[in-house]
Each structure stands twice: as C-alpha cells, then as structure tokens.
Design a protein around this ligand. Structure first.
Ligand SMILES: [Ca+2]
Length: 143
C-alpha cells in the first residue's frame, strides 16, 4: 500500500512539474497566416515543458504547416503533430528544418501540437508558419 501511495505522489508531482505552459487554442481564417513558436523563441526553451496547441481553420479548410526553424535536443526534446485520434502522427527532434510541409486532415478537423522537453539541455526551439489554404494542398493525414 505504501508503494502505491509513493507511486501516486510521484506521478502527481511529475504531472504538476511538467505542465508549466498553458494549453492554447488557435483558429485561422481563410488565407490567414500565423506564426507558432516554442515558448521563448528565438531564445532557449525551458526544461521540463509539456505544451499543447490545438489549431483549426475557421471554415474547415486545411492547414499548411511550414517549418522555418527547428533546433531541439536530439532524441530528448520532441515536437509531435497529430490529430484527435492520434496525437503523435509526426515526430520531430534534433537540428535542421524538416522538408515536409504538413497539411491537416481533409475533413477540417484540428491539428494538435505537443512539445515535450526533458530535464536537461535546451536549444532555441522551433518556428512554424501556419496558413489556412482552404481546399488546396496535400493530404498527409487521413481524415
Ligand atoms: Ca532537453
């Protein structure tokens, strides 16, 4: 019983400790472009972050995701992009701008971004440009 209690406290502490940035919901109008960055960009992000963004288009369009910069600790600090069904469809970490430009599901459902950092070593992070491209673009995700 003591072990269970210790484990529970550990998990609770870990969750509270990690959740230090507020969840953010973003809505993009047709042909509008917004910038999304890791917190503090272009300065270094913090350790032990767990950040969520939900991005959707106001008119059900698709979202073009263009990476402008990407620098995170390789194999330890991750950006995930996914859908409501699977929040980790695409995984990014390390250095160098990913070549793939992502377009969200064709049914207008939102994209989910999750940024996780571990307890040591930080980098400048990432800068992404989001555009509501309407019906255009590739279908990277099945919707
Ligand atoms: Ca790290």
């Amino acid at each position: 019983m003591t072990l269970v209690w210790v484990f529970f406290c550990f998990v609770l502490f870990f969750l509270i400790y990690l959740t230090d940035c507020p969840a953010s919901e973003i809505s993009i109008a047709r042909d509008e472009t917004l910038n999304l960055t890791s917190y503090g960009y272009p300065y270094r992000y913090q350790n032990n972050m767990l950040c969520n963004w939900t991005v959707e288009c106001q008119d059900g369009g698709r979202i073009l995701v263009e990476f402008l910069d990407f620098q995170t600790e390789r194999d330890f600090d991750y950006l995930y992009i996914g859908t409501e069904q699977d929040s980790r469809v695409l995984t990014y970490n390390g250095y160098g701008v990913p070549e793939l430009d992502v377009v969200s599901p064709p049914d207008g459902s939102p994209l989910y971004f999750l940024f996780y950092t571990d307890g040591s070593v930080t980098d400048p992070g990432w800068h992404i440009r989001l555009t509501n491209v309407g019906d255009q673009g590739k279908k990277i995700f099945q919707g």
